[in-house]
Ligand binder design. Structure first.
Ligand code: ZN
Length: 97
């Protein structure tokens, strides 16, 4: 499985497109030295707007329930690029399993 990974200001989003599920690894929060990872949740589609770096995760088949977030970039308009936390490959692989 090669997941799709998006960085937002406060989380790393991991999309398992084979199983159509996603989870988030929260940035800036650690419990006993480990990153906080949310449970896998199903998703029904992913929309990405390259001009605004906005992405939407559809939470039902009708597309009426969704989460919208923004990609964190080096020149981030949402947080001003203050958030620099990035996951190590090791942490990322631990979150994918
Ligand atoms: Zn940001």
């Amino acid at each position: 499985m090669l997941p799709l990974v998006f960085e937002s200001c406060n989380a790393t989003w991991i999309f398992d497109t084979d199983a159509m599920r996603f989870r988030r690894v929260l940035k800036g929060i650690e419990v006993e030295g480990h990153a906080v990872v949310t449970e896998w949740r199903p998703f029904y589609g992913l929309e990405f707007d390259e001009t605004s770096e906005t992405f939407r995760v559809l939470l039902n088949a009708e597309g009426t329930k969704l989460i919208q977030s923004w990609r964190h970039t080096h020149d981030c308009t949402q947080c001003g690029g203050h958030v620099t936390a990035e996951l190590s490959l090791e942490e990322l692989q631990a979150a994918i399993v």
